[in-house]
Design a binder for this molecule. Structure first.
Ligand code: PLP
Length: 456
């Protein structure tokens, strides 16, 4: 291995890092890259020998924790046997058939078929194409618009990036793509009128959605896409009654529901899927991250019966389904996913997220809820957030120039805890691996609390 200085120099000279201030990195203002060298359980190490608790499971994905040899061995076994073959024109592998059977059995809604990609972004791009395809095949060529939500996150490719409801993901990139609309975020703390209950707020959000559909013309609205729990836009569980009210509107206007389960899927919320927890009945389901716990890149667009039946029915008339990637259903990624899902089932990580998650919120509230600068402590399962405000009575935000969230996150990191400064507002986000213990949760909360006290 190169020495640390050489790695940093090569990296700085050649890597275009996502979500990084390019000038600050190029000039060294934000220091050298962190060279990550290893991981075990809930911790990662860097080349300088520092150890961090990864309170965010990478990017909410390493649910089974780092260094699981069962998965490494499954990957190696498949690589020795058959590293690659494609899935075009009805080719498959044992691993892929097993994985698909398993996903169709477990996914929410009425799943029928699984289409594979490599990232959450490309899977959501596929979902958009499926909505257009379905409505074309049904002779409804105008029913194409997709409604997403402000602060939703669905990826950053052309259509998925447009579905993402935060303008800084669009700026200077010519997004959003036409035909993608955004309705209000389901965040009671920020969105409710004084005295408005969660139920009343949910009804208002559903009424706004209905107004949008009627204004645009229901014959032009193909689908509604949403995360069961809003993730990158602030880690916000839905207010009471939200999904019931929203689904009533969608059914009334024959609008498909795409559940983006990229974060929520496979136990993160304390249930198998966020849709299960909130009584959602999606037509299309997107999964990625937890599907392989990040051990290999893999995503899936799970297609429900209602959509698939139309696709199959039209095949004699229109020919092959002409969509797919070289790496759709990659056998090594499928082997990794099967090994990961074996662990998720055997160790009952969904149940664990529920029970350890309850302990997490108890501790988080004990430590943070009384702090003057804390507006809200929220979350579900092992997905949580603390939002900071400068005045909790008036809910006045901090001046963004102060970068309060980023500074607290940095102070936590200096203490050996990775807790993410969420990109919208002053929010410290938590999504530890689901194998985290109660004792480790105590450590996470304590480190985050001390970091907060240090900054404020
Ligand atoms: N959907 C959701 C809910 C996500 O949180 C993400 C990524 O964070 C994506 C989609 C995009 O996934 P990827 O980064 O793998 O493209």
């Amino acid at each position: 291995m190169n020495d640390i200085k050489t790695i940093a120099e090569k990296d700085r000279a050649t890597v275009l890092h996502p979500f990084t201030q390019l000038k600050d990195f190029a000039t060294g203002k934000i220091g050298d890259p962190t060279i990550v060298t290893g991981g075990k359980g809930i911790r990662i190490q860097d080349a300088q020998g520092r150890s961090y608790i990864d309170g965010f499971a990478g990017l909410y994905c390493v649910n089974i924790g780092y260094g699981r040899t069962e998965v490494a061995e499954a990957i190696a076994r498949q690589a020795y046997k058959l590293a690659y073959y494609h899935t075009y024109a009805a080719h498959t592998t044992n691993e892929l058939a097993n994985l698909s059977d398993r996903l169709v059995r477990m996914a929410p809604g009425k799943p029928s078929k699984v289409f594979y990609g490599l990232s959450g972004s490309d899977a959501n791009e596929t979902q958009a194409k499926l909505v257009w395809y379905y409505n074309n095949l049904r002779g409804r060529p105008k029913k194409k618009k997709i409604i997403s939500r402000e602060r939703g996150y669905h990826g950053c490719s052309v259509v998925s990036g447009s579905m993402t409801g935060m303008s800084f993901y669009h700026d200077h990139m010519d997004l959003p793509f036409p035909g993608i609309l955004h309705t209000g975020a389901p965040h009671h703390y920020w969105g409710a009128e004084p005295g408005e209950t969660e139920e009343a707020f949910s009804r208002r959000r559903a009424a706004e959605l209905e107004e949008m559909i009627v204004r645009e013309g229901a014959e032009t609205i193909g689908a509604f896409i949403a995360e069961p729990v809003l993730g990158t836009g602030g880690i916000t569980p839905p207010p009471d009654g939200y999904w019931r009210e929203i689904q009533t509107v969608l059914r009334r206007y024959d609008v498909l529901l795409i559940a983006d389960e990229v974060i929520c899927g496979f136990g993160r919320t304390g249930a198998d899927f966020g849709s299960t927890l909130y009584g959602m009945e999606p037509d299309l389901v997107t999964v990625a991250k937890g599907l392989t716990s990040g051990y290999m890149p893999l995503s899936a667009a799970i297609v429900g019966e209602r959509v698939y039946a139309v696709m199959e029915e039209a095949a004699d008339r229109i020919g092959a389904f002409s969509h797919g990637y070289t790496y759709s259903g990659h056998p090594i990624a499928a082997a990794a996913a099967n090994a990961v899902l074996d662990i998720v089932e055997k160790e009952r990580l969904g149940d664990r997220a529920r029970t350890v998650g309850a302990h997490f919120f108890k501790r988080l509230k004990e430590r943070f809820a009384q702090l003057e600068i804390v507006g809200e402590v929220r979350g579900v399962g092992l997905l949580g957030a603390v939002e900071f405000v400068s005045d909790r009575q008036t809910k006045r935000r901090f001046d963004p120039q102060l970068k309060v969230g980023a500074r607290i996150s940095k102070a936590a990191r200096d203490r050996g805890l990775i807790a993410r400064a969420m990109p919208h507002g002053d929010i410290l986000g938590f999504a530890p691996p689901l194998v985290v213990s109660e004792h480790e949760i105590d450590e996470i909360v304590e480190l985050a609390y001390r970091a907060t006290k240090q900054v404020m």
